[in-house]
Design a protein around this ligand. Structure first.
Ligand code: GDP
Ligand code: MG
Length: 176
């Protein structure tokens, strides 16, 4: 039996402003910054976690603001083991973009088996319940019909953030 891969490449996609960088920062450095910044610098962050008794190195790839221009290079997608698709649950348009982000990912990364590729759908900013634009049920239905896992998170209040990344890693490892 082939030994399990201990390094996983996870990429995070979604419209600008949904909170991708905030989720990564929360997960990796456990901090939240209110300031909006277009991401610059490093292409990816690393974090070591334990999944089902195994040490796994996560390589977490963030877009550096290029999502506005849809110009992510091929190296961004190559070899991805899992893809997190993020929308802002207070912004309907970002939810409606999920399908095109998923298609774009599959087109660019060409995974062996697109039908079973692990995607995690994340409805971020769930601390802003009062401004909710997408019901939980609606998002759950989209996730069911696309056969992917769905979670609501808050990078601001640190709700479900670890769970989302760990679920992604677990799904990715199941495929190895
Ligand atoms: P990105 O463009 O997808 O990387 O989004 P950012 O991480 O830069 O976040 C965009 C804006 O949303 C920033 O002003 C963040 O402070 C804010 N933000 C991110 N996550 C949350 C969250 O969970 N709750 C709230 N209320 N604001 C958030
Ligand atoms: Mg960003």
């Amino acid at each position: 039996m082939a030994s399990k891969k201990t390094q996983l490449k996870i990429i995070i996609l979604g419209d600008s402003g949904v909170g991708k960088t905030s989720l990564l920062n929360r997960f990796v450095e456990t901090k939240f910054t209110q300031l909006y910044r277009a991401t610059i610098g490093a292409d990816f962050l690393m974090k070591e976690i334990e999944v089902e008794g195994q040490t796994v190195n996560l390589q977490l790839w963030d877009t550096a603001g290029q999502e506005r221009f849809q110009s992510l290079g091929m190296s961004f997608y190559r070899g991805a083991d899992c893809c997190l698709l993020v929308y802002d649950m207070t912004n309907q348009k970002t939810f409606e973009s999920l399908g095109s982000w998923k298609d774009e990912f599959l087109k660019a990364s060409c995974p062996d088996d697109p039908k079973t590729f692990p995607f995690i759908v994340i409805g971020n900013k769930c601390d802003r319940e009062i401004d909710r634009a997408i019901s939980y049920n609606r998002a759950q239905q989209w996730a069911n019909s696309n056969d992917v896992v769905f979670l609501e998170t808050s990078a601001k209040d640190d709700l479900n953030v670890n769970e989302a990344f760990i679920e992604g890693a677990r799904k990715a490892m199941k495929r190895e």
